[in-house]
Design a protein around this ligand. Structure first.
Ligand code: XMP
Length: 498
């Protein structure tokens, strides 16, 4: 077993970034609810504990708190933002609303002259006004205590967010906590995880077959590759082609995964899905109907295969954290093709990627020899192009969107952008083609830069390229009247339009 660092969740939006940063430093981390019992912590025996941020004020009676006994276990603790405020509050310090909040990159000045001032991401209204006995201030901003410690008890707090890229050398703060304070040895290796899973699957499955819903996305593709390696010839994959894939994508998935070690069943269900969402314009209703229909089709196909002992899923760690975490508000109901069908009976669920973050899944995919195209595939929403057509989805609109998207990909592939696609809007505009007046829909281009998809900014595409895209799309697809470029960041917008 690797050394463990527990990330205790108090509702902060960056909890996964913290846990991922710890793993990136070769120390295994797990996210647990902030109200975890002291007994459970003792059982897990972590080398360190990190308390996340959160949207609450610690002095409100209902705000989430950890058991104060955690601070007396002798296990090093790092409190981040709300985590630092909560630690100080529970140990007898004073937290109150600051004169003014701090949001964005703020200059932090360490108390010891040997360290230089640096910029860090701040996002808080409350401040620690008085430290608990035994604590000293280790850094300040103009408005707050930015960092504090009780070195004797190995308790540390930072008001800023070292886990985000917006803090200069933020990861170094986490590294120092792990290696200098917790005494980590850095024993977490993905190879161990991979071979551990392969052995577990072999032991569990024996000679039996395993069924997997394959979407062609990174998670289900890596899951297929891993199962093929663990139990070659025993994997059956159902690929439900809902007809909302990009140009040629269904055929490419079929080609890639048609091999003798994996039995692929492709179900062409385009008509069925189109019928299901005919006349539906509300984005959430579209997502829900497509998700439900996907499960029905999968169930029907699975039933044809007879009794199923093992059902595999490409669930990854953030899926588990998100479904268990009660704090975050649902912004969109993310339907992932491959959701668990309730009425299929099977004996056991196999989720070999459920301990991994997305970039770790990619590394595993690479180790398994999956092609770069699948490993670095852009995220593609489960409901596919259906949520990139604003309003009702029809076959004609799908064709227009597919062609414009293919042109965009031809032009932008290889530029290092994180996600790019076209959207068929439901706005019509007047144009002139030849000597004729036209009245056709507007296509929008979305191209974003992001690392975590929780925030993003618009890619600064050169005007020349934008002119070319506009010319190609309007010329090659006669029924598009004009092309616009979406320059909005997330927040306030989201990546997808629906
Ligand atoms: P939003 O639009 O919420 O998207 O800013 C963030 C990222 O998630 C992808 N996305 C989805 N992925 N099922 C998925 O698996 C979905 O229903 C879904 N909706 C959005 C989106 O493409 C972006 O990368």
């Amino acid at each position: 077993m690797s050394e463990l660092v527990l990330v205790l969740d108090f509702g902060g939006q960056y909890k996964e970034l913290i846990a991922r940063a710890v793993r990136g430093l070769s120390v295994y981390s797990e996210i647990r609810n902030g109200n975890i019992s002291v007994e459970e912590i003792k059982r897990l025996s972590p080398i360190g504990i990190i308390l996340t941020g959160g949207p609450n004020s610690v002095y409100l009676p209902d705000s989430p708190k950890c058991d104060p006994e955690i601070f007396a276990l002798g296990i090093p603790v790092l409190g981040i933002c709300y985590g630092m405020q909560m630690m100080c509050h529970l140990l007898g310090g004073e937290v109150r609303r600051g004169e003014c909040g701090e949001y964005g990159r703020v200059l932090v000045t360490p108390s010891e002259a040997e360290y230089k001032p640096f910029y860090a991401l701040m996002s808080h209204t409350d401040i620690v006004a008085k430290l608990p006995t035994g604590f000293t201030t280790t850094a300040t901003t103009e408005n707050c205590i930015a960092a504090c410690k009780n070195a004797e008890k190995k308790l540390y707090g930072v008001q800023f967010h070292p886990e985000t890229e917006l803090t200069d050398d933020g990861i170094e703060h986490i590294r120092a906590f792990l290696y200098d304070i917790c005494g980590a040895t850095g024993d977490y290796k993905l190879d161990d995880y991979l071979y551990g899973q392969i052995n577990n699957i072999r032991a569990k499955v024996g000679e039996k077959d395993v069924l997997l819903a394959l979407s062609g996305g990174v998670d289900s593709s890596v899951c297929a590759a891993l199962l093929t390696k663990a139990v070659p010839g025993q994997l059956k994959c159902i690929f439900v082609d809902h007809g909302f894939m990009r140009k040629n994508e269904g055929d490419e998935i079929e080609q890639t995964f048609s091999n003798k070690n994996l039995h692929l069943i492709r179900v062409n269900a385009k008509d069925r899905f189109l019928k299901k969402i005919k006349g539906v314009t509300d984005p959430e209703a579209k997502r829900k109907l497509i998700g439900e229909e996907f499960i029905r089709v999968f169930e029907e196909e699975a039933a044809k295969l007879g009794e199923i002992t093992f059902l595999a899923q490409g669930t990854i760690y953030p899926d588990i954290v998100e479904s268990g975490g009660a704090h975050g508000a649902t912004i969109k109901s993310h339907h992932n093709v491959g959701g668990l069908p309730e009425s299929i009976s099977f004996d056991e669920l196999i989720e070999p990627l459920s301990g991994l973050f997305k970039d770790e899944v990619r590394v595993i995919g690479e180790k398994l020899g999956l092609s770069e195209k699948y490993i670095n595939r852009q995220p593609f929403p489960g409901p596919g192009l259906a949520i990139r057509i604003m309003g009702e989805v029809t076959e004609d609109k799908l064709n227009v969107l597919r062609e414009s998207d293919a042109i965009l990909r031809e032009e932008l592939d290889g530029m290092g952008l994180n996600q790019y696609f076209t959207v068929l809007t439901n706005t019509y505009s007047v144009g002139v083609k030849g000597d004729y007046r036209t009245y056709d829909p507007v296509v929008a281009i979305r191209a974003v830069l992001t690392n975590d998809f929780m925030t993003c900014k618009c890619a600064e595409l050169p005007y020349e390229l934008l002119f070319k895209l506009s010319a190609r799309i309007t010329n090659e697809i006669p029924s598009v009247s004009r092309v616009v470029y979406d320059i909005t960041s997330k927040p306030p917008a989201t990546v997808e339009w629906e």
